[in-house]
Ligand binder design. Structure first.
Ligand code: ZN
Length: 609
């Protein structure tokens, strides 16, 4: 057989080389046409399309009587599209005076956007109309700058609700990566704005616009219809603004502390105040770095929500816990008397003082609560012992959050033997710690909301409700979902024990340490507290409720560095209770102030003369 195939190696190389070259070209073509198609298509699309997100209107927030607390109002937002700007420093210089912003802040905002350069970066929200007109009229001076009718969050009661409602902020690049949000869109950052963000936020829409090579908008894109944004849900709170304002105004501008008013039967929060405050409207437009730093660096800590994050020794308000535990354990009856109070008592080599150095003599439980005698409770604490005390403190909820629907709640501290051993070593502490714990001092710390919840359980037959500020959520279509009250836990106290505790609390206001805060029209119960504070003046506490037999409202107030509970915190609670029962018609409103006489200069009355 004759073989026809060329045998020279040269021929083989030539053929092989040709085939390889053809294959290479083919591969490159396939790569460009198929794999890179999306990329090039996007490039050409982006030259003629501008994608402008349209933010959804955030749902409004109202109080329990429908009063508007927060809503979005129309406002202009100016943005920069990074891909359309060649000299950002120059542009920032031109824009800065118009936007009343720092040049560097503009550059930084654009630089922060490392990816998605074709999406607008919001630079300044809530811009004045004249400034918008200037941008519109000289658009060639501001390449890549766009403005949109958007919205800005407005808080109508500003400072008086700042911690409770919180505020919103822009999603940054890092957050956008982790979550489904768009960079620059608005989310709730604190308070109920954050807690209920999902419902309040709504769903953003989008506009597709055709633009010329110079950036002029030609019109909406025909083949891609715009999507309208969907408004967020309305959030109704359980807050009563009349009570909120009354509680807030007690503190004035100088005092720091917290005030909580709630319905002990349902856990509905009626007022929630942390002082000092800040204006949440600052965060709604834009907040400059220096403004934020001055807030964050303020030594009075206005950003700190004391109602849920402040931990304080409860002082004498904790005597109810010591008494309840001892009664429940059968260690005392109301008739049990201890050694008499002579202004204090000696224990080991230390003299433990009573708040009243004149001494209270020998008292039973009810009188000891009424007079808040420390010497009685030093002895009761010792009798109870640390193991039982910590067991009851924990069962009463002092080692857990209350479940309030505001993010960031902290837990106080109810120490036990293990904790002391770990902290001080096995032999470096002794049972004298119970003297302090029994009167709410030492290592025992509570948050105001924990203490309020505990007392609400005491006056609600031992049933502890979950505190909450949400009343309902309502969709734009009008479907309303009411929140249903939830039981958090039961107190470890029998009905008999609770009756004795409530009798003691009633006497505190009737004839004891809080007698000056009595309200003639309404019976009241409560407990004062004066918590020693190693950093300065004592903290002033009062927890009260009314009417004593069927409580409709409970108030828990702490005023930092203000001295005795009876002289500062108790009158605050009284002031809010008066407002509450005035609204119910139980306390008569004072007559309106007399109008000043105006001289009749209009001649109306002249006919009578
Ligand atoms: Zn005493």
């Amino acid at each position: 057989m004759v073989d026809q195939v060329p045998k020279t190696s040269r021929g083989w190389i030539l053929t092989g080389g040709l085939v390889a070259a053809i294959l290479l070209i083919l591969a490159k073509l396939i790569y460009l046409q198929v794999f890179q198609y999306k990329y090039y298509f996007q490039m050409s699309e982006e030259n003629r399309i501008r994608v402008l997100p349209r933010s959804a209107m955030r749902g409004k927030i109202v109080d329990r009587e429908g009063r508007l607390l927060a809503s979005d109002r129309p406002a202009y937002t100016v943005s920069i599209i990074p891909s359309e700007v060649s000299k950002i420093d120059y542009l920032a210089g031109e824009l800065a005076p118009l936007l009343e912003m720092d040049e560097k802040a503009i550059v930084r905002k654009v630089a922060d956007r490392r990816t998605r350069k074709y999406e607008p970066v919001a630079i300044r929200r809530d811009l004045s109309f004249p400034a918008v007109c200037i941008i519109e009229e000289s658009s060639e001076l501001f390449p890549g700058v766009v403005y949109q009718l958007d919205q800005t969050r407005t808080y109508y009661y500003g400072k008086s609700l700042c911690h409770l409602i919180g505020y919103t902020g822009e999603v940054d690049e890092r957050e956008a990566k982790d979550q489904q949000f768009r960079t620059g869109s608005i989310i709730g950052r604190a308070g109920v704005e954050r807690q209920y963000d999902q419902s309040l936020r709504g769903i953003d829409g989008v506009d597709y616009l055709e633009v010329s090579a110079t950036g002029r908008i030609i019109g909406p894109l025909e083949d891609r219809p715009s999507k309208d944004p969907l408004m967020g849900d309305e959030l109704a709170l359980t807050i009563d603004m009349d009570l909120q304002m009354a509680a807030d105004s007690c503190f004035g501008d100088t005092l720091s502390g917290a005030a909580i008013f709630l319905d002990p039967k349902t856990g509905e929060i009626l007022a929630l105040v942390s002082k000092p405050t800040f204006d949440p409207n600052l965060f709604a437009g834009f907040v400059s770095r220096s403004e934020y730093q001055s807030l964050a660096g303020d030594e009075r800590l206005p950003l700190f929500d004391r109602t849920i994050r402040g931990t304080y020794p409860p002082g004498s308000t904790a005597k109810i816990l010591t008494a309840g535990a001892a009664l429940e354990e059968g260690l005392i009856t109301t008739e049990t008397h201890f050694g008499p109070c002579r202004g204090g008592m000696q224990f080991g080599n230390r003299f433990f003082k009573c708040w009243d150095k004149r001494g209270h003599g020998s008292l039973g439980l009810l009188a000891a609560l009424e007079q808040s005698c420390d010497v009685y409770f030093y002895q009761l604490g010792l009798k109870l012992g640390l193991e039982k005390w910590s067991k009851y403190a924990r069962a009463c909820g002092f080692d857990q959050t209350t479940g309030l629907d505001i993010p960031g709640e902290k837990i106080g501290h109810a120490p036990d033997e293990k904790w002391y051993e770990k902290t001080y070593g096995k032999y470096n502490w002794n049972k004298s710690v119970m003297l302090n714990l029994g009167i709410g001092q030492g290592e025992f710390l509570v948050t105001p909301i924990e203490l309020a919840q505990f007392y609400a359980g005491v006056v609600n037959h031992g049933v502890v409700m979950k505190p909450h500020v949400i009343r309902y959520l309502r969709t734009p279509k009008g479907e309303t979902n009411y929140y249903h009250a939830e039981i958090a836990r039961g107190l470890p106290f029998s009905e008999e024990t609770l009756e004795i505790l409530k009798e003691g609390l009633y006497r505190v206001v009737q004839s004891g340490t809080a007698v000056r805060s009595r309200i003639p029209e309404v019976t009241m119960g409560g407990k004062t507290g004066t918590a020693q504070n190693p950093h300065g003046e004592d903290h002033s506490w009062f927890v009260g409720y009314a009417p004593a037999l069927d409580p409709q409202i409970l108030g828990c107030v702490i005023v930092e560095n203000a001295g005795h509970g009876s002289t500062v915190a108790a009158p605050f609670v009284k002031a809010v209770f008066v407002k509450f029962f005035q609204k119910k018609g139980i306390i008569k409103m004072p007559p309106p102030p007399l109008l000043p006489l105006v001289s009749a200069g209009n001649g109306v009355n002249s006919a009578a003369n």
